[in-house]
Design a protein around this ligand. Structure first.
Ligand code: HEM
Length: 441
């Protein structure tokens, strides 16, 4: 798409012209710095819109950004379609033409947006283990068995099954909070180990593995975000370790429902696929849950009276709405489609801006922190790739926040330090100290 003529000059005069969008010449009326494009019915035969009005505006920089009434933006310089409005985001997330591409298929694809280190860590090893890039590429989300594997995993992740872990999760939260030092970092000292404990409990991994599992989860997550350069050998060890853990889960006499699901996956698709599922659950699940818990703690520190006005889960949902840990999710068009109101060819990239959709004033009004909202944010995604762990994440966040809020815990967190990568928001630290009454001496 070329920029509309006269772009970025700041002229105030109005004039009529044409701009090519996909294969169409779209008449537009330029008014000062803003241009208004009129899609006439005959100009859009492939998507069949009649008299559709599209407004285009030039943002700072060289690219032309076009918005349809439904809120799809096209950004020329990023070579992708950016979806920002809530309604269009819902359409995009539900559309079967828009799929998650295998990491490495294009430079911007990737599970949850960030880029695993494809092709950096070399080929498969001679002991039959996949290389780390191959391992990431075997995530069930990007494979042809996505629907089938998700169907199997959906059972142990169903709200009713997750509810059975409520007591265990609450107990794990209290244990981690009670073990906190008198001052430290809430993220590293409590939230990360707690979330790994929970993942282990759900899967049936023995508690004695907690430390190793945490180290493995952290390194795998860093590698997945492409920030573990030079750690090829440790990563290979992580992969082997997870394979051994999976082997244990597959052969254990008794197991959790999730271990049962892993067994089903292994029987159908092999043990390495089951290992990759376990790795994906740890990589996809721990970090955003930690961020969600930290964000919720921050809201409660700002307004300690909140729990009297709303349940903890609603507070967590609202904190996550405003700062979703995955602010953008990526799709590739499997086939030509017109779901966003314009024609998109096969193989094009679409970025769904969850954060923008979660702030759409048409749905969420003025954006104030309001846990009594009823509109459903898109924090956990929607459609075929909807988060499997949403109920589990909510449970964990509520449990750890409740444990921290006990009078005997007396934990006073200071500022939350968040790191924004290209496509994630990660809680990196939250310094805290115990208030005088609870300090151990
Ligand atoms: C606050 C915490 C969490 C947030 C905000 C979150 C968010 C998301 C989002 C937005 C997606 C969809 C990505 C897309 O559309 O491309 C997703 C998918 C996924 N999440 Fe979560 N998640 C969280 C916790 C968890 C937990 C605890 C687990 C598991 C233990 C988990 C496992 C998954 C998996 C396996 C997928 C892929 C689903 C698929 O491919 O169909 N998540 N998550």
């Amino acid at each position: 798409m070329r920029a509309a003529p006269g772009g970025g000059t700041g002229r105030r005069t109005s004039r009529v012209g044409k701009v090519p969008v996909n294969d169409f010449e779209i008449p537009y009326l330029e008014v000062g710095r803003r241009a208004v494009l009129r899609f006439v019915a005959k100009a859009l035969p492939s998507v069949g819109f009649v008299g559709m009005m599209v407004s285009a505006r030039r943002e700072k920089g060289p690219g032309l950004h076009m918005s349809t009434p439904a809120g799809a933006l096209v950004s020329r310089e990023a070579q992708s379609w950016a979806v920002r409005g809530y309604a269009t985001a819902v359409t995009a997330l539900r559309d079967p033409h828009l799929v998650v591409a295998r990491p490495g298929q294009s430079e911007q694809d990737g599970r949850h947006g960030d880029q695993p280190p494809t092709a950096r860590s070399g080929p498969s090893t001679n002991d039959g283990a996949p290389s780390v890039p191959e391992f990431f590429q075997s995530w069930f989300t990007v494979g042809s068995a996505h629907g089938a594997v998700k169907g199997v995993l959906a059972r142990p992740f169903a709200a009713r099954q997750i509810e059975r872990f409520a007591t265990v999760v609450a107990e794990l939260a209290r244990l981690r909070v009670d073990r906190l030092p008198d001052d430290g970092d809430l993220v590293g000292d409590c939230l990360v180990p707690f979330s790994v404990d929970c993942a282990a409990a759900l899967t049936g991994i023995p508690a004695g593995e907690a430390n190793r599992l945490m180290a493995v989860t952290r390194l795998m997550t860093a590698a997945f975000h492409g920030v573990a350069r030079g750690a090829d050998e440790p990563l290979r060890q992580c992969v082997r370790y997870l394979r051994a853990v999976t082997g244990h889960l597959l052969t254990a006499d008794e197991g959790t429902p999730l271990a049962g699901a892993l067994r089903e996956v292994a029987a159908e698709l092999g043990e390495w696929t089951a290992t990759a599922v376990l790795a994906q659950l740890l990589t996809a699940g721990v970090e955003p849950t930690v961020t969600g818990a930290a964000l919720t703690c921050r809201e409660l520190a700002r307004d300690p009276g909140l729990p009297e006005r709303a349940p903890l889960e609603r507070i967590a949902d609202e904190a996550l709405r405003r700062t979703p840990p995955f602010p953008r999710v990526h799709r590739t068009t499997a086939a030509r489609c017109g779901c966003l109101g314009v024609r998109i060819e096969a193989g094009e990239r679409v970025v769904v801006d969850i954060e923008a959709a979660n702030h759409d004033p048409a749905v969420f009004g003025d954006g104030r922190f309001d846990p009594s909202r009823t509109a459903q944010p898109l924090t956990f995604g929607l459609g075929a790739y909807h988060c499997l762990g949403a109920a589990f994440a909510r449970m964990q966040i509520s449990a750890v926040v409740a444990a921290l809020a006990r009078p005997e815990a007396r934990v006073a967190p200071a500022d939350l330090i968040l790191r924004r990568t290209a496509h994630t928001v990660v809680a990196t630290a939250m310094p805290f100290r115990r208030t005088a009454g609870a300090a151990r001496g």
